[in-house]
Design a protein around this ligand. Structure first.
Ligand code: NDP
Length: 318
């Protein structure tokens, strides 16, 4: 079992993690960054990013993350593959375990673990994932041009994605489990205005059907109990996201959905020396640019924390 000590440990490799790395590296803190299970984060499963300032023609999500990584490396970030599998924030320095075996002690930890799409939890949904089942209309809608699809969810994401899909595909069934949508009025209006979106209220998904690829979706009306099969080739799940924060729950304060609580206007968590950035602490904005901005805050907060800690230690020695 290897053991080492680092000044700044960054967990995660999306816009938040890499931006924290750029700032920490330029400040001479020799950050070590663990990429986690999806190097580059959620942007690696999107196509065009057109709302990140500085790219007037837009950029592909995966390419953008390659650029972020290069910029972090240029200033000396130590980028490693591997998962942080456990943490111990009960004392200081903070301890983390990598891939269940190696231990690292860190003076400051920046959590940039992001969020992941939620799934319904059906066996058929997982079996056909990537074969007609998707959690990202913007990434995969293109493959269903001219076909029929269903999308489940009733929040802003589902409304936005249904509207997006309606411009590409022949017909969109939107499966709403209650008799109303959670989405904002303007988003609902867009759904209602699209001639090829049919909203099925009080409808739950029973099964995604198909052998090798999606061939239909069996749905049930929760009021009447009636079941029917929608003949669709694509099935999109847009029921929200879950922050990747489970390993921190014994130490870090979170809201009821698992989003890390930070002191407003900072990246500080309830544990001194542990900072949270990006989607792991943001359920409202969830944008590349806001994640990058919060990554910057994480690095600056970490830098100040370490400087104060050094003064504290020098005073203790005197
Ligand atoms: P939300 O949590 O807001 O909505 C999730 C939706 O999925 C709800 O309608 C919920 O139904 C439904 N749902 C959850 N579980 C199931 C299930 N098992 N079966 C069927 N339906 C289910 O997530 P979003 O991703 O939509 O939005 C997250 C945040 O991001 C929100 O604050 C939203 O406003 C924001 N956002 C803003 C956008 C914009 O302004 N452009 C775009 C996208 C997101 P129920 O209502 O019954 O609970």
């Amino acid at each position: 079992m290897a053991k080492e000590r680092v000044k700044v440990l960054i967990i995660g490799s999306g816009p938040a993690g890499f931006t924290a790395a750029i700032y920490a590296a330029r400040a001479g803190m020799k950050p070590v960054l663990y990429q986690g299970g999806q190097p580059g984060g959620q942007l690696t499963i999107t196509t065009d990013v057109e709302n990140y300032p500085g790219y007037p023609e837009g950029i592909m999500g995966p390419q953008m993350m390659v650029d972020f990584q290069k910029q972090a490396e240029r200033f000396g970030t130590d980028i490693r593959s591997g998962m942080i599998t456990a943490v111990d924030f009960s004392g200081w320095p903070h301890k983390v375990t990598v891939d269940g075996k190696d231990e690292i002690e860190a003076e400051a930890v920046i959590i940039s673990t992001g969020a992941a799409a939620k799934w319904l939890g059906l066996e058929s949904e997982q079996r056909l994932n990537g074969r007609g089942v998707s959690a990202c209309a913007v990434c995969d809608g293109f493959f269903f041009r001219g076909q029929d699809v269903a999308i489940v969810g009733a929040g802003d994401t589902a409304a936005e994605e249904a509207t997006y899909l309606s411009k590409l595909v022949n017909k969109v069934y939107m499966l709403v489990r209650r008799d109303e949508m959670r989405a904002s009025k303007i988003m609902q209006q867009r759904v209602m205005n699209a001639p090829n979106i049919e909203v099925l209220w009080n409808t739950e998904t029973v099964e995604v059907e198909g052998g090798e690829e999606v061939e239909g979706v069996k749905v049930r009306n929760t009021q009447t109990g009636e079941e029917r099969v929608l003949p669709v080739q694509g099935f999109f799940v847009a029921i929200g996201h879950e922050p990747n924060t489970a390993i921190f729950k014994d130490y870090i304060d979170m809201d009821e959905s698992g989003y890390i609580k930070t002191i407003p206007g900072t990246s500080k968590t309830n544990v001194p020396g542990v900072f949270a950035t990006g989607d792991a602490q943001d359920k409202n904005y969830r944008q590349a640019v806001t994640a990058a901005g919060s990554g910057c805050m994480g690095a600056l907060d970490a830098e100040r924390f370490i400087a104060e800690k050094e003064v504290e230690m020098q005073e203790a020695e005197v």
